[in-house]
Design a protein around this ligand. Structure first.
Ligand code: GLN
Length: 347
């Protein structure tokens, strides 16, 4: 069913073309805690959290291994929440677009699994977490299979599994992102795409190892689709809507259920939890405790299962490739509203 709907949607598109605490360290300072309902999330709360963390970008570094990314102003910052009623709250540089980068991997996984089924996709890669950076070759030379679909190798493979010639798999991912965000204006940055394509030799290396191992059958169009999906430009609001979608079993923030699929969204949230923040995922699960996906463009999308979606943006990254100020804004919101899946109630 979802497959047909997805195809129909794609075809349609083709045809028509301080309340928060200071520090993440456990056991420090008590936080003011409130219940997260649509009446308690306010622009004021988000503004306070944003302002508290605004200067943190100075401790991070804007990614420049993709030269075009290095042009982003380091002090841009935005914070968005879609609450449990689907209401949108935006503060900071709400108009600022940035490239989605690795956050596209969760949507690509959804498209691949909806077409091929979970077992066909995970025959070719693992459900493993990792202590290695996102662009590590990890298991490719040993078991021959990528660790998971959240690191580059598994994500490149995932995109190669989506059906269609040439650019079609990329168009399916773009169409899905436009659907989830209800934002038809979303497109990809040609300059970031070209920059990734020209400098992405490590990703190209992974692509050819996987081709050598018989996991990938196609040509470099498939790798280009991965570069294009990473170059899709979004805002923090778009990310909050993506977070909401996966938090609500595939129901869009406006209540649309055309792609509702609890099985797939449960799978994707589990991958976000164990590998969405790369080698920081384990510690992040302890501190934040929510399925989240980061990208080297400076965005993080967070799903609060059954509740809300959170989107943050600040391009200066920590040593793992996660937004420095973005992580701290999430941490503050999560502590204030007791959003962690592992929250000790009544504490
Ligand atoms: N396009 C980036 C890359 O392949 C995505 C990495 C990321 O966001 N962590 O290197």
């Amino acid at each position: 069913m979802i497959k047909n709907t997805l195809t129909a949607l794609f075809m349609g598109c083709v045809l028509t073309t301080t309340v928060a605490m200071n520090n993440p360290v456990l056991g420090q300072k008590k936080t003011t805690k409130v219940n997260a309902t649509s009446t308690t999330i306010t622009t004021k709360v988000l503004t306070d959290i944003l302002e508290k963390n605004r200067a943190l970008y100075q401790q991070g570094k804007v990614a420049d291994y993709i030269p075009e990314l290095g042009k982003m102003s380091a002090d841009a910052i935005a914070f968005s929440v879609v609450d449990d009623k689907g209401q949108v709250f935006n503060v900071g540089d709400v108009q600022q677009k940035f490239t989605i980068q690795s956050i596209s991997k969760i949507v690509a996984l959804m498209v691949a699994v909806s077409e091929k089924g979970e077992s066909a996709v995970f025959d070719k890669m693992g459900y493993y977490g990792t202590d290695r950076p996102f662009n590590h070759f990890a298991n490719l030379e040993t078991t021959g299979k990528p660790l998971n679909p959240m690191m580059n190798a598994g994500a490149i493979l995932t995109t190669s599994l989506i059906g269609g010639e040439g650019e079609i798999p990329f168009q399916k991912i773009l169409t899905m992102i436009r659907y989830i965000t209800k934002n038809e204006s979303i497109d990809y940055s040609r300059s970031v795409y070209n920059s990734e394509r020209e400098t992405g030799h490590k990703n190209r290396g992974m692509f050819y190892i996987m081709k050598n191992n018989g996991l990938i059958n196609g040509n470099e169009d498939q790798l280009d689709n991965y570069f294009k999906q990473c170059s899709i430009e979004v805002t923090a609001e778009d990310l909050a809507k993506i977070g909401y979608f996966f938090a609500h079993q595939g129901t869009r923030y406006d209540g649309d259920t055309a792609f509702k699929n609890p099985e797939i969204t449960s799978l994707i949230q589990s991958q976000m939890l164990i590998a969405g923040m790369y080698e920081f995922s384990g510690e992040y699960a302890r501190r934040v405790g929510l399925p989240s996906k980061s990208g080297v463009g400076g965005g993080i999308a967070v799903s609060v299962p059954g509740k809300m979606g959170i989107g943050v943006f600040s391009p200066a990254l920590d040593q793992h490739g996660n937004s420095f100020a973005g992580y701290h804004m999430i941490l503050d919101l999560v502590k204030m509203y007791q959003l962690s899946l592992f929250e000790v109630k009544g504490n």
